[in-house]
Design a protein around this ligand. Structure first.
Ligand code: NAD
Ligand code: IPM
Ligand code: MN
Length: 368
């Protein structure tokens, strides 16, 4: 097989800082595990706007379509706040997701034992947590038409439309049930069928997919607002949560805090299988460009590092190497390495982004 290609899009703010650590880890797998990647880098978000006047050039879009996997840092920042909506950094990321048809966004939230005391919730509530949020990523209110800001009489109206087709719900539900079979065999579907027609259809289709193809998996339904409450009250009741684009965005930031920090949460955005049987895929941390800490060496690179572990697992069929990387992260945390976001109330001396990357490399060396 030819060397698999990996397109790296560091983006803005802390994106390039955390991605520099991932580059070291990608190189480590090439040198020490004979797992070479054909790595190339390109621009996305504000960085692409500065260079080309657009948050994603057509050339970069084409390269992303060709790559075996794409790894993205983060986009956005205050410098771009006043840009026209059509060229905002976030539009670049949304274009990648939409045109690559990455409909299933896997957002695992795992609480490493060493961090159980750093969550804002009690240790007992989060220790041992291992849940997977499957967020629909290419439809819903993020993309529905009509949309815009329109004049109605003497005032303006902001319009967005929540819209889901049966096939869009069907395919993300299947992704969730498939994952559940390889985990705790439970799916909880979240919508607001009590107030939204799209929620009624969502519940109907998930129920049908379950009955027809996955009766062996335990299925429950919850209104998304109650789901948010349950995520904070007793998150370990969940295994896989499947939900729409907007609820998934919000619930996954909420789940991030169960693990100790938003800087810990990786994600995989997966589409349909390509000719080689692998899914189209983009790997991205759940966090953003963190303008408040950008350029200060304070960013936690673990979310981005764990996103690369997900790439090893879902794009390159290297589950054991993904486990190795995840265990290295766990070991580093157990040894007490902490970026500032992971400092508990008792304080201590935090390490920098680069030092955290180096510590993971040392732990990888120790795993051989
Ligand atoms: P954010 O995720 O960037 O930051 C929220 C808070 O979490 C900040 O206090 C930040 O310092 C902290 N944080 C985030 N990642 C961290 C890390 N790796 N290590 C340590 N601390 C971390 O969210 P925001 O402030 O709401 O958004 C900032 C910009 O990022 C906006 O332009 C937004 O649109 C964009 N954004 C991009 C993505 C993405 O590229 N996938 C995701 C979310 C937000
Ligand atoms: C995320 C982000 C994005 C989203 C933005 C930056 C487009 O918040 O990936 O969670 O809303 O999907
Ligand atoms: Mn988000």
């Amino acid at each position: 097989m030819s060397t698999p290609s990996l397109l790296i899009l560091p983006g803005d703010g802390i994106g390039p800082e955390v991605m520099a650590e991932v580059r070291k880890i990608v190189d480590w797998f090439g040198k020490k595990r004979d797992l070479a990647f054909d790595v190339s880098e390109d621009l996305v978000g504000g960085a692409a706007y500065d260079a080309h006047g657009a948050p994603l050039s057509d050339a970069t879009m084409a390269r992303a379509q060709e790559a075996d996997a794409v790894l993205l840092g983060a986009v956005g920042g205050p410098k771009y706040d006043d840009l026209d909506f059509s060229v905002k950094p976030e539009r670049g990321l949304l274009r990648l997701r939409k045109e690559m048809d990455l409909f299933a966004n896997l957002r695992p939230a795992q609480c490493f034992d060493a961090l159980a005391d750093f969550s804002s919730l009690k240790r007992d509530v989060v220790a041992g947590l291992d849940i997977m949020i499957v967020r629909e990523l290419t439809s819903g209110i993020y993309f529905g038409e009509p949309r815009g800001i329109v004049q109605e009489g003497n005032e303006r109206v902001g319009v967005n439309t929540q819209r889901y087709t049966e096939s869009e719900i069907d395919r993300v539900a299947r992704a969730a049930f498939e994952l559940a079979r390889r985990r705790g065999n439970k799916v909880c579907s979240m919508e607001k069928a009590n107030v939204m027609e799209s929620g009624i259809l969502w519940r109907e289709v998930v129920t049908k997919v379950h009955a027809e193809s996955y009766p062996d998996v335990e299925l429950s339904h919850m209104y998304a607002d109650a789901g948010a409450m349950q995520l904070c009250r007793a998150p370990k009741q969940f295994d896989v949560i499947v939900t729409d684009n907007l609820f998934g965005d919000i619930l996954s930031d909420c789940a991030a805090m169960l693990t100790g920090s938003l800087g810990m949460l990786p994600s995989a955005s997966l589409g349909a299988p390509m000719a080689n049987g692998r899914p189209k895929a983009l790997y991205e941390p759940v966090h953003g460009s963190a303008p408040d800490i950008a350029g200060q060496g304070k960013a936690n690179p673990i979310a981005c590092i764990l996103s690369f572990a997900m790439a090893l697992r879902y794009s390159f069929d290297k589950g054991e190497e993904a486990d190795r990387l995840e265990r290295a992260v766990e070991a580093v945390l157990a040894q007490g390495a902490r970026t500032p976001d992971l400092m508990g109330p008792e304080g201590g001396a935090p390490i920098s982004t680069t030092e955290m990357g180096d510590a993971v490399l040392d732990a990888l060396d120790a795993s051989l």
